[in-house]
Design a binder for this molecule. Structure first.
Ligand SMILES: Cc1cc2nc3c(=O)[nH]c(=O)nc-3n(C[C@H](O)[C@H](O)[C@H](O)COP(=O)(O)OP(=O)(O)OC[C@H]3O[C@@H](n4cnc5c(N)ncnc54)[C@H](O)[C@@H]3O)c2cc1C
Length: 427
């Protein structure tokens, strides 16, 4: 049997096995690997679990991802927008001010320039301190409240370095209508030519295929004299070392002998679930953009992605698709809707805003994901500190978005897998 057991076959688990080599084995709950990076096909339409694109400031990892994909990947220009008061405002919002009404434009610019940062106790304070009242109230507060499904004053700031701070001259230029680009590391991005974002984990899976055990839902993990025993309730496997690359909640529930304070800290970690609705339309092009961000409170979705942007490998000839993302939590009003109800809700919203005519809809599909977004609530660092400390003391490595419980994109997951694999190989 392999020396290292990797629990979870998402991107993290597959990369770990790729870096660790034949002395590792991946246990995956589902019949398909890839986790959040998976793509879906319905009636000729291919789409992902929300807008997934390949980009990174970590050039070593970006180059590595691109070299793994080879000629399977294309390069695209980021022309995303914000759908604001029925008009397209260039993304990020502070780079598109000239598209606003003069009053809104002035409100954003003036308050950005005269802004006097106050105390910073939470994410809401950070937004006001960094962007000023205008940008905060017209876009950042409504959009973030929607995507996080959490009031910004209940969120911490441990993650905000991900949000670039705009230089003063860029905001002034944008207000006057002089072109500026904003986040340049995302100005061009990469996306697979066929098969959706899932093509990325597939490239790793192809290399480690013989080391994957599918349909193995880890339900019990216990320490033995030689290492660890991992079971799915039927089959049992033994390893010297284990790496958790599955959601921390399910891993903690499976692990024998976890102390009550750690159990409490794990259950206090907060996350959002996601509903994704794909709508296929018998019209060639709905918009020019790939992604639209939607702060408007009376629309259920916070982001729309248009897969026709990537050409006819993603939509049938003469058709197009729009994929709506809705943040939800199990048991809340949206989550409790049936797939048909949530689809109707989305199509109604799209029709009201003029994106489509419901008579042109030729395909729909719904995907629900329990663990989609890590919430950086006020107690995040305290609870995560307890959790990480305990697993470190047990010699159990955590790797990946919901194992480490960090807002990781695929590049950060690959970076973490490389680091963890090196550490495990050396001990
Ligand atoms: C809406 C959205 C948009 C995103 N956009 C981007 C983007 O534009 N660019 C980008 O690079 N990244 C993006 N990401 C992030 C990216 O999807 C994740 O970083 C990455 O997929 C996480 O991989 P992972 O392996 O850590 O976790 P997961 O994908 O969650 O994998 C965990 C795996 O564990 C398995 N598992 C669960 N329970 C068990 C069990 N009991 N036993 C065995 N296996 C189990 C699951 O089936 C799954 O395969 C986005 C994510 C979301 C949700």
């Amino acid at each position: 049997m392999a020396r290292v057991g990797i629990l979870g076959g998402g991107l993290a688990g597959l990369c770990l096995s790729y870096f660790l080599g034949p002395d590792s084995e991946v246990l995956e709950k589902d019949s398909t690997c890839g986790g959040l990076c998976r793509s879906y096909k319905k009636d000729g339409f291919t789409y992902d679990l929300g807008g997934h694109i390949i980009f990174s400031k970590d050039t070593e990892i970006l180059d590595f991802e691109l070299s793994m994909l080879g000629d399977r990947v294309g390069r695209f220009y980021r022309n995303n927008s914000i759908w604001f008061k029925r008009r397209f405002v260039k993304y990020p919002f502070e780079n598109g001010l000239a598209a606003l009404d003069k009053e809104d434009n002035f409100y954003c610019l003036y308050n950005f320039l005269v802004n006097k940062p106050g105390p910073q106790r939470n994410f809401r304070d950070w937004i006001y301190n960094t962007f000023g009242k205008g940008l905060a109230e017209l876009y950042l507060i409504p959009y973030n409240t929607k995507i996080w499904n959490t009031p910004p004053e209940q969120m911490g700031t441990a993650w905000v370095e991900r949000i670039p701070k705009p230089p003063v001259e860029d905001v002034i230029k944008s207000s006057l209508g002089i072109e500026t680009e904003g986040y340049v590391h995302q100005l061009y991005f990469y996306y697979p030519k066929t098969g959706g974002f899932e093509t990325l984990p597939r490239t790793f899976e192809e290399k480690v295929r013989q080391r994957i055990v599918r349909n193995f839902a880890v339900s019990k993990v216990r320490r033995t004299a030689r290492g660890w025993q991992v079971s799915d309730g039927g089959d049992e496997r033994e390893y010297e070392r284990i790496i958790c690359a599955m959601p921390i909640f399910d891993f903690a529930a499976a692990l024998e002998g976890i102390p009550p304070d750690v159990e409490q800290a794990v259950s206090s970690l907060r996350y959002n679930s996601l509903i994704v609705v794909m709508v296929g339309v018998a019209k060639p092009k709905l918009v020019e953009q790939f992604a639209l961000y939607v702060p408007q409170q009376d629309l259920p979705f916070h982001r729309l992605c248009f897969y026709g942007y990537f050409g006819n490998a993603y939509v049938p000839e003469g058709a197009s698709s729009v994929v709506a993302e809705i943040t939800a939590n199990e048991g809340d009003a949206v989550w409790s809707m049936s797939d048909a109800e949530v689809t109707r809700h989305v199509v109604d919203g799209l029709e009201r805003e003029g994106f489509l005519d419901s008579r042109d809809v030729i395909a729909t599909d719904v995907q629900r994901t329990k663990y989609a977004y890590v919430i950086y609530d006020i107690d995040y660092e305290k609870n995560l500190g307890i959790v990480h400390e305990y697993f470190r003391s047990q010699g159990i490595e955590l790797c990946g978005r919901f194992a480490e419980f960090k807002y990781y994109n695929s590049d950060a997951v690959i970076r973490s897998a490389k680091t963890v694999a090196q550490r495990v190989a050396n001990t």
